[in-house]
Design a protein around this ligand. Sequence first.
Ligand code: ATP
Length: 150
Amino acid sequence: EPIELATFINQVIEPYSEIAQLDDKQFTTNLAATGTVMFDRQRIHQLLVILLDNALKYTEPGQAISLETSIKNKQLIIAVNDTGRGISDEGKKHVFDRFYREDKSGSRATGGTGLGLSIAQWIVDIHKGKIVVEDFKPQGTTFRISLPIK
Ligand code: ATP
C-alpha cells in the first residue's frame, strides 16, 4: 500500500504528543524522510505504537522522547529515542525475546506482557528490515529501525 511518509508519521504520533504533553514529557520530531513508500500501513503503525508506548512507559515527567526519520541507501530509518531509565547491557540482549521484561523495580508496576518488542521484531522481519536497541547518550534508550524501500 503506498504511504505518504510525512502524513502517515504525523497521524501516528499525534496522540502521543498529546499524552506526552499531559505527562510533562517533551516530545519532539525530526522528520527528514519524505515521499511515498510501499509498506503494510497497519503493521508499520503497530510497530511505531509499540515503540512509542514503551518510550512513554519507561520515562518520567520531565524526560524527553523524540522520533527521527531519514532515508539512507534506499532504507527508511526510524529512530525512537527517550531519556528514560535505559536498558542494561544484559537486557539489550533479550528485549526482543518473547515475554522478556527487565526485572528492575518499577518494571512490574508498569505492567505489560513482554510481547511488544517481539511483535515489533516480527513486523520488521516481514518487511526484510532491521531493528536494534542502543543507549541514548547521556541517558535513555534508542530503538533504530531500517526498512528497505522498494
Ligand atoms: P508490552 O508487551 O505491554 O509492550 P513490555 O513493555 O514489558 O510489555 P516489551 O515492549 O517487549 O514488553 O519490552 C520488553 C522489556 O524491554 C520491557 O519490560 C522493559 O524492561 C524493556 N524496555 C522496552 N522499551 C524500553 C524503553 N524505552 N526504556 C527502557 N526499557 C525498555
